[in-house]
Design a protein around this ligand. Structure first.
Ligand code: ZN
Ligand code: ZN
Length: 647
C-alpha cells in the first residue's frame, strides 16, 4: 500500500528531510519527502503497516537535535511510481513559514573548529543544520540564504557541495560558511595580527573587550580581576544589576557555583541560556559581579567564536550585554564603535549582520523545574502549545505590556511569543518593537483577526495596538494587566478555553486596574474570558507618584503614616536607620500631599510592599538603580534565613 505521513512541529530548517531520507534508505523504503505550508509531507510507496511503524520509530529515535515533532498523522494515499527515496523541492503553492530559534554550536562543529586538520579549524562562523544562527539573521520568508544576512557571502564550491548533498550535515544549512567564503573577524583599528589572539591578550591584561555575538554585542572582562570588573561597572554606568558570566565548561562553573542535574541540562541545551546558580562561598570572585546576590548567572559558550575565545581560560569571563545602563544591546558595527568604543579597550567585530536583536535568555530552577525569567535567544520564536480547545480561536495578536515587553501571536494551538524586547519607553526598543511585530507577522504568515492590548491608556503598546486595529479593520480588546498574567499561566498549564473560574494570585509591581487605579497585589476569580477582583493587598498611597518606585523609603513612610505608627516608632526606636532616615524627610509636606491626595495615587502593588519592607530593613532605602532592586535584596536576605522554624 501507499501511505502519506503528515508531520507537524519544528520540522523545517532543522535537517529534518535529510533525516527522513536517511531513515528511508536504512529501511530500504521508496517514496519522497517535501516541505509545505503545514510542515513536512512524506509519501511511502509499497509498504506494510509494520514498515510504517518501524519507519516512525526510527524517525523519532534519529530526530535531528533541533527538530520537534508535534504530531504525525498517517493515512492511505493514491499510488505513485517511486524509484528509491527522494527529497523534493518545496511545494510552490504554500509558503514555508516559521523559523526555529538560534542554537548553540553542536558537538560536531565544536570538534571541527578544534581539529587542526579540518578546513574549518579555528573558524568562528562554523555551523550546520544542527546549530547556528536562525532568528538573529532572518529578514523575510521563505527561510533561505537570500533572505538572511548570509546573502552577501556566496558559497564556495566545497560549501555548495555540502549544502546540496542530503547525506551531509550541512544540507540546506542556510548560514553554511567556511574561511574561504564566509564572514570574518577583525579588531577595530588593528590592521594586522590574529584578531582572536589580540582579543585574548586584551582580556589577560585586564582590559574590556566588546565582541559581536549571535544576537547582539557583549562586553567581556576577566571575572576574577576586581579592577577589570570595577572598571567595567563604572564605564557601563551599571552599578547594581548582576553581570552574567561565561565559562569554558562545566568544570570551571563548578568551581564557582553549584548546580543540579536540571541546571546542568539547561546549561548544555541548544538554547544555552544564562542559568542562575547558587554561588560557592569564598570561591574568589569579586563582589562587584553580583552585588546583593548569592547567585551567579552562568552560561556556556554558544558560538564558535566564544569557544575559541575561551579555549585557554580556566576562569570565567564577565559576558554582559553590550550597552550603556538601560539602553538595548548594540547589534550594528557602526553603532557599537560609537556606543561601545568609549567603554571598551578593544572591539572584536565581524561582517555577518545581526538582523534581529535577540538577548541572552535567563533561567532559574525552582522546585526542580526550569523557570524562564527572560525568554529570548534559544527559545524564541519556538511556539508554546496551548490546549486543543484553542484550535478554532481566530488568530489573535496580543501586544503585551510596556515593561519587559514581549508580544504573542495566537494561531490555532500555537502561542508564538516574541523574544524579550525590553522597555518600550526606550526609543530604540520602541522602534524594535514595531519592526519585530511586522517581522513575526511575515515569518509566520500571520493575519490577526483580533488585537489585544493592555488596558493602560498610556502604554506605547496600547496606542500602537489601537492604530494597528484601525489599519487592519479588526476589533481591539483591552485586557486588564493581572487578568492577563493569570490567563497566561492558565494557558501555560494547558487548561482548556472553557475552564471554569479559578483563583489566581498576581503579585506584581504596577498594572492599570479595572477601576482606573493602580493594582499589583491581586487575587482574581478568573477564567480565560473574564475575571472578578475578589481580594487585594490594601491600597496605599504612592507618595511622589513615580518617585515611589525608585525611592523605597517613600513606601515605608506611607505605610507607617497610614497606620499611625510613625510617631510611636520614632519615639521608641529612633536609632533604627530606616526610622531615622524617614524622620529626616520633609514630613509636613508629605503629610499634606497624602491628606489632599496630591501626587499620591493609591496602589495595591505587591512590589511597593516589598520595597517598604526592604526599606525598613535598611536595604536600598534611599534609592534604587534598577527596577526590583530592593525587593531582590530582600529575597536574597530571606533565602539565607532559617526556613525550618515557624515564626
Ligand atoms: Zn553544528
Ligand atoms: Zn566555503
Amino acid at each position: 500500500m501507499t501511505f502519506e505521513l503528515r508531520i507537524r512541529g519544528l520540522v523545517q530548517g532543522v535537517g529534518f528531510r535529510p533525516t527522513v531520507w536517511h531513515v528511508a534508505h536504512t529501511l530500504g523504503l521508496s517514496g519522497d519527502v517535501r516541505n509545505d505550508g503545514e510542515g513536512v509531507l512524506i509519501r511511502l510507496s509499497d509498504v506494510t503497516e509494520e514498515d510504517i511503524d518501524n519507519f516512525i520509530r526510527k524517525l523519532r529515535s534519529d530526530l535531528p537535535p533541533l527538530a520537534e515533532i508535534e504530531e504525525i498523522v498517517v493515512h492511505p494515499a493514491s499510488e505513485f511510481e517511486a524509484r528509491g527515496f527522494s527529497i523534493l523541492a518545496s511545494a510552490a503553492t504554500a509558503p514555508l513559514t516559521g523559523i526555529v530559534p538560534d542554537a548553540a554550536t553542536c558537538p560536531d562543529c565544536r570538534a571541527e573548529i578544534h581539529n587542526p586538520k579540518d578546513r574549518r579549524h579555528h573558524y568562528p562562523f562554523t555551523n550546520c543544520t544542527h546549530c547556528g544562527p536562525r532568528l538573529s539573521i532572518i529578514r523575510a520568508i521563505p527561510y533561505d540564504r537570500a533572505s538572511t544576512s548570509m546573502s552577501v557571502f556566496p558559497m564556495c564550491e566545497q560549501c555548495a557541495a555540502e549544502y546540496t548533498d542530503p547525506a551531509n550535515r550541512r544540507y540546506h544549512a542556510q548560514p553554511n560558511a567556511c574561511p574561504e567564503c564566509g564572514p570574518h573577524l577583525w579588531i577595530e583599528g588593528a590592521a594586522e595580527g590574529d584578531p582572536l589572539s589580540i582579543a585574548q591578550a586584551c582580556l589577560h591584561e585586564g582590559g574590556i573587550l566588546a565582541l559581536k555575538g549571535i544576537g547582539g554585542f557583549h562586553l567581556a572582562c576577566d571575572a576574577t580581576n576586581p579592577q577589570a570588573v570595577q572598571r567595567l561597572r563604572r564605564r557601563k554606568r551599571r552599578y547594581a544589576k548582576p553581570f552574567a558570566l561565561m565559562a569554558r565548561d562545566l568544570d570551571v562553573i563548578g568551581g564557582y557555583a553549584r548546580f543540579d542535574a536540571t541546571a546542568e541540562q539547561l546549561l548544555r541545551s541548544p538554547a544555552a541560556p544564562i542559568v542562575l546558580l547558587p554561588a560557592r562561598e569564598g570561591a574568589g570572585l569579586p563582589s562587584e559581579i553580583a552585588p546583593d546576590s548569592h547567585e551567579l548567572g552562568f552560561m556556556l559558550p554558544y558560538s564558535p567564536l566564544h569557544h575559541l575565545l575561551l579555549a585557554d581560560w580556566e576562569q570565567p569571563l564577565v559576558m554582559t550585554s553590550g550597552n550603556l545602563s538601560d539602553e538595548p544591546q548594540c547589534v550594528e558595527n557602526q553603532d557599537a564603535i560609537e556606543r561601545l568604543g568609549p567603554l571598551a579597550d578593544c572591539l572584536l567585530l565581524h561582517d555577518r549582520d545581526i538582523v534581529n536583536r535577540v538577548d541572552d535568555s535567563v533561567v532559574r530552577t525552582m522546585a526542580g523545574a526550569p523557570r524562564l525569567i527572560r525568554r529570548a535567544r534559544g527559545y524564541a520564536p519556538a511556539p508554546l502549545r496551548v490546549d486543543a480547545s484553542f484550535v478554532d480561536t481566530p488568530p489573535i495578536l496580543a501586544l503585551g505590556g510596556d515593561l519587559k515587553n514581549t508580544f504573542c501571536q495566537l494561531q490555532g494551538r500555537n502561542a508564538t511569543l516574541s523574544q524579550h524586547l525590553g522597555d518600550l519607553h526606550e526609543a530604540h526598543t520602541s522602534d524594535e518593537f514595531v519592526h519585530t511585530v511586522a517581522l513575526y507577522r511575515e515569518l509566520f504568515d500571520f493575519h490577526p483577526c483580533h488585537i489585544a492590548v493592555d488596558c493602560h491608556p498610556g502604554y506605547r503598546s496600547h496606542r500602537m495596538g489601537k492604530e494597528l486595529a484601525q489599519a487592519l479593520d479588526v476589533p481591539l480588546t483591552e485586557v486588564q494587566h493581572h487578568h492577563a498574567h493569570i490567563a497566561s499561566v492558565m494557558a501555560e498549564h494547558g487548561l482548556p478555553i472553557d475552564h471554569p473560574p479559578l483563583i489566581g494570585i498576581a503579585l506584581d509591581g504596577l498594572g492599570f486596574g479595572g477601576d482606573g487605579t493602580l493594582w499589583g497585589g491581586e487575587i482574581l476569580l478568573a477564567n480565560f474570558q473574564d475575571y472578578r477582583r475578589i481580594a487585594h493587598l490594601e491600597a496605599m498611597p504612592l507618595p511622589g507618584g513615580d518617585r515611589a518606585a525608585v525611592e523605597p523609603w517613600r513606601n515605608l513612610y506611607a505605610r507607617l503614616a497610614e497606620n499611625e505608627l510613625l510617631q510611636d516608632l520614632s519615639q521608641k526606636y529612633p536609632d533604627i536607620p530606616a526610622i531615622a532616615f524617614v524622620q529626616e524627610q520633609p514630613l509636613d509636606l508629605l503629610q499634606q500631599m497624602r491628606a489632599r491626595g496630591i501626587n499620591s495615587p493609591p496602589s495595591s502593588s505587591a512590589g511597593r510592599l516589598f520595597d517598604a519592607v526592604a526599606a525598613a530593613l535598611d536595604l536600598h532605602k534611599e534609592k534604587i538603580q534598577q527596577e526590583g532592586q530592593a525587593a531582590m535584596a530582600l529575597e536574597q536576605l530571606a533565602l539565607r534565613g532559617d526556613h525550618t522554624t515557624p515564626p
